[in-house]
Design a protein around this ligand. Structure first.
Ligand SMILES: [Zn+2]
Length: 204
């Protein structure tokens, strides 16, 4: 937590990038799974309005989803913590993966931080507001592969229930909203979601 906090980042950016290096390598090598594609299909067909995610791996957008609120940020861009100039992050992160060196701002020499939300940082306001708004409008929320232990995203499913909407939970572990769920799957989302989406398509 110290390493992945904004304070740790400022104090010892090399330790942060050493920690991030294998994670970034994994993320850049990852591909969307059938669950990501099923959600993109559901959106394209008009049934899904938005995805709220705490993942930083960008796999939803890579699978073709359009309305994605990434509450914990992403690795698409990086920002200078001194002058706030923004940069495309991919080549920069490839550089970190290859040589492990801390990237600096070409404009001012300040430290560059990927646009992921570290401990001690505010969530992105625009994304959070959009997520809350989508939640208030939702008549059905799918909770997929999240233990819902991190606020404020973890509290959103109950907002849907309080407003009379439905709740489907697909998760291996127990969550605090299981008892409020209308349907509960203790299964792998990559197996269950494509089946749900196929059933929805056939019924429509
Ligand atoms: Zn700068």
């Amino acid at each position: 937590m110290e390493t992945a906090s904004i304070f740790g980042f400022r104090r010892n950016p090399q330790a942060f990038y050493n920690w991030m290096r294998p994670l970034a390598r994994k993320i850049l090598a990852a591909s969307p799974n059938p669950a990501h594609y099923a959600l993109a299909e559901l959106e394209a067909a008009g049934f899904l309005k938005a995805i709220i995610t705490q993942n930083i791996d960008m796999l939803h957008s890579r699978a073709g989803s359009r309305e994605v609120y990434e509450l914990h940020g992403h690795l698409r861009r990086a920002t200078c913590i001194e002058c706030f100039a923004g940069y495309e992050a991919e080549s920069l992160i490839m550089g970190v993966i290859q040589n492990g060196r801390v990237p600096h701002c070409p404009a001012c020499g300040g430290l560059l931080k990927p646009d992921v939300i570290l401990f001690g940082e505010q969530l992105p306001v625009r994304e959070l507001l959009a997520a809350q708004q989508a939640t208030r409008r939702s008549d059905l929320m799918l909770v997929i592969g999240s233990s819902l232990q991190v606020a404020p995203a973890g509290d959103l499913p109950l907002v849907v229930k309080e407003r009379g909407g439905g709740l489907i939970v697909i998760n291996y572990q127990e969550t605090h909203v299981d008892r409020a769920a209308d349907v509960l799957f203790r299964d792998n989302a990559a197996e269950v979601l494509p089946l749900i989406v196929r059933a929805v398509m056939e019924a429509s």
